[in-house]
Write a protein that binds this ligand. Structure first.
Ligand code: PGA
Ligand code: ZN
Length: 428
């Protein structure tokens, strides 16, 4: 029997240069693994709590030494000696030890670091790749990437209200082709922006962040870039949006600063519908705000048959909130972020409920990432066929794509890729 021999947390930096938690685990057979925790910027108010020190003398209060100490001094005591392969037991023990609803006592960052490191350690102990350990023998669907090539909102300072404009190369037959298509469109987009004298500096998730006149203009650029790269918009490469609209929702309305106008929910849904038709938009995430349940219901009724509507801030990978959504006919897909809920077990439970209800599942990175590639394996394990892990630049994003290339190669002829086939709408 292999057991946990040592566990050690450290403070490291994420892709924005902000502190985050790294957990290293050593097993009784000498094997060592580690895991690093991601961090969001447009975080939903219902997410599990990311514990930060609030010590103004270090990292402007953003240090994570308290979370680190919670792992080293409190959680470690509980799990040293635990055999590998008992993920649920470990995660439930940490949830009980924390004792709060949102993991605010120990910190979701502390708990998740341990949970991920343990999953990896358990995989190593069984001599299995992580996707196979988490997903079993049938885990072999590579996800279609939704690549965030144009950034706005909280991830850039360019006057664009919508946070993410993504290209979706779902017409490809295999993952590596999809990745190549995405990369080629990204390069064409760069040339186009240069020609127009616009900035090609990149935002937090590696997409360009040029100053634009409206929320429509990025869509015009994307269609042109898809065509320039030699692909058919909609058929081969489609478009997806994550407006992250909780960020510009106030007093019951949506304020589009880029267009100097404020829209009520009905008008805003009509606006989306027009954009979706004109620009081959197949998927919209967080089209409406995190607590605008009635708006979400209307949007799902009006657009859900044709468009995948993904709940991120509204569901926050939380099974209770997702259950409410299913009951209220809100959205038809869920975004999955490990650190929104804080354990691997709860993440897998939320995925299972979504699949059972016929909802689409999209595994996602955070805007603050590290070189950790856990989500690549999680996407294959979940067999959900969709991943959001940024643009085709910046190593913390590319690390996930490279891991997926590795998994595809390892699976060989057993690897599957469903492309647009895994995109969910209410009719499907
Ligand atoms: P975040 O953004 O990681 O900053 O929350 C990603 C998203 O909204 O999907
Ligand atoms: Zn989002």
């Amino acid at each position: 029997m292999t057991t946990v021999r040592k566990i050690h947390a450290s403070e490291i930096l994420d892709s924005r240069g902000k502190p985050t938690v790294l957990v290293t685990m050593e097993l009784s057979n000498g094997l060592r693994t580690n895991a690093a925790v991601p961090s969001g910027a447009s975080t939903g108010v219902h997410e599990a709590l990311e514990l930060r020190d609030r010590d103004p003398k270090r990292y402007h209060g953003q240090g994570v030494l308290k979370a680190v100490a919670n792992v080293n001094k409190i959680i470690a005591k509980k799990i040293i000696g635990l055999p590998t392969g008992r993920q649920e037991k470990l995660d439930r023990a940490m949830i009980a030890l924390d004792g709060t609803k949102n993991k605010s006592q120990l910190g979701a960052n502390a708990i998740l670091g341990v949970s991920m490191a343990y999953a990896r350690a358990s995989a190593r102990a069984e001599n299995l790749p992580l996707y196979r350990h988490l997903g079993g023998e049938h885990a072999r669907v590579l996800p279609m990437p939704m690549m965030n090539v144009l950034n706005g909102g909280k991830h850039a300072d360019n006057g664009v209200d919508f946070q993410e404009y993504m290209i979706v190369p779902g017409g490809a037959k295999v993952f590596r082709e999809a990745l190549r298509w995405g990369s080629e469109v990204f390069q064409c987009l760069k040339s186009l922006l240069k020609q127009k004298g616009l900035s090609t500096g990149v935002g937090d998730e590696g997409g360009f962040a040029p100053v634009m006149k409206s929320n429509r203009e990025p869509l015009e650029f994307l269609i042109k870039a898809i065509e320039d790269a030699g692909f058919k918009p909609g058929k081969e490469v489609a478009i997806a949006l994550d407006p992250a609209s909780s960020e510009f929702f106030s007093n019951g309305a949506y304020r589009l600063a880029a267009e100097r106008r404020t829209l009520g929910v009905g008008k805003f849904i009509d606006y989306y519908e027009t954009l979706a038709k004109q620009f081959h938009i197949i998927s919209i995430e967080d089209g409406l705000a995190e607590d605008d349940w009635e708006g979400w219901r209307l949007m799902t009724e009006q657009m859900g048959k044709k468009t995948q509507l993904i709940g991120d801030d509204i569901f926050v990978t939380n099974i209770e909130r997702l259950r409410l959504g299913i009951e209220r006919k809100v959205a038809n897909a869920v975004l999955i972020k490990l650190n929104q809920i804080g354990t691997v077990t709860e993440t897998l439970e939320t995925i299972a409920l979504a699949k059972q209800a016929g909802y689409g599942v999209v595994i996602s990175h955070r805007s603050g990432e590290t070189e950790d590639t856990f989500i690549a394996d999680l996407a294959v394990a979940a067999g959900c066929g969709q991943i959001k892990t940024g643009s085709v630049s910046r190593s913390e994003r590319i690390a996930k794509y490279n891991r997926l290339l590795g998994i595809e190669e390892e699976l060989g002829s057993r690897a599957k890729f469903a492309g647009f086939g895994m995109v969910r709408t209410c009719g499907k």
